[in-house]
Write a protein that binds this ligand. Structure first.
Ligand SMILES: C[S@@+](CC[C@H](N)C(=O)[O-])C[C@H]1O[C@@H](n2cnc3c(N)ncnc32)[C@H](O)[C@@H]1O
Length: 209
């Protein structure tokens, strides 16, 4: 099944397992940078939050957190993880762009490994910018083409066209101030789905005031 047709059904199949495909701990980049970037009462939108590891961690930090996810199985697992951790989280079962996401409402958008074909990619990125208040930040991590060129088994989509590069992100986030934009090889330890050396790009982009 292609992700283009229905990301919800595509990811339902992947998340329909007893364990958490990408673990239950937050992405290392998110955990590293988000507390420094936000006030304690910030509003955070986790887009494509999967099984909720990042959203639930954000809620645990005290941020008012919303997880948006197209997979119904993912949404159930997000709620289950939030209950287990004893945190409150808002969920939106939808894909981006979503009418349920209010414009200029969030202090941060967390966008971790959300790889989609064009033109969906640009539409998602545009809608993430719209969701941010002026001064708000997007924290993004994704795989680069090197992940496939280096034949890494540590995750990511099969095709080079779905990957991110500096040029692609500069284009999609041309209206934003790019505070961090770096390609690097990192060691992933994120459940069975992302484990081992990986070629990624990390971005912090701020919406001008
Ligand atoms: C590789 S998983 C990453 C999940 C999560 N961000 C994490 O890092 O654990 C990609 C996620 O992107 C979501 N996704 C795909 N298309 C989307 C869209 N148009 N809007 C929002 N999320 C989408 C999928 O449902 C899936 O949960």
């Amino acid at each position: 099944m292609a992700q283009t047709t229905d990301p919800g059904a595509f990811w339902d199949e992947k998340f329909d397992r007893p364990d958490y495909r990408y673990g239950t701990e937050p992405n290392a980049f998110v955990a590293d940078v988000l507390p420094e970037l936000l006030e304690h009462d910030a509003r955070v939108l986790c887009v494509g939050d999967g099984e909720g590891r990042n959203g639930v961690w954000c809620a645990g930090q005290g941020f008012e957190t919303t997880s948006l996810e197209p997979s119904a199985v993912g949404i159930e697992k997000i709620k289950r993880l939030a209950d287990k951790e004893g945190v409150k989280i808002n969920t939106i079962h939808d894909r981006m762009p979503s009418d349920e996401v209010q414009d200029q409402h969030f202090d941060a958008v967390v966008l971790i490994f959300v790889h989609t074909p064009e033109p969906m990619r640009q539409a998602i990125h545009e809608s993430c910018v719209k969701a941010l208040k002026p001064g708000g930040v997007i924290v993004l991590e994704g795989f680069t083409p090197d992940q496939r060129r280096n034949d890494r088994p540590s995750g990511g989509p099969p095709s080079l066209e779905l990957m991110f590069s500096v040029d692609i992100l500069r284009h999609d986030f041309a209206t934003m101030d790019l505070e961090t934009l770096t390609e690097q090889t990192v060691q992933l330890d994120e459940g069975p789905g992302h484990r081992g050396p990986a070629d990624v790009i990390r971005m912090i982009a701020r919406k001008p005031v």
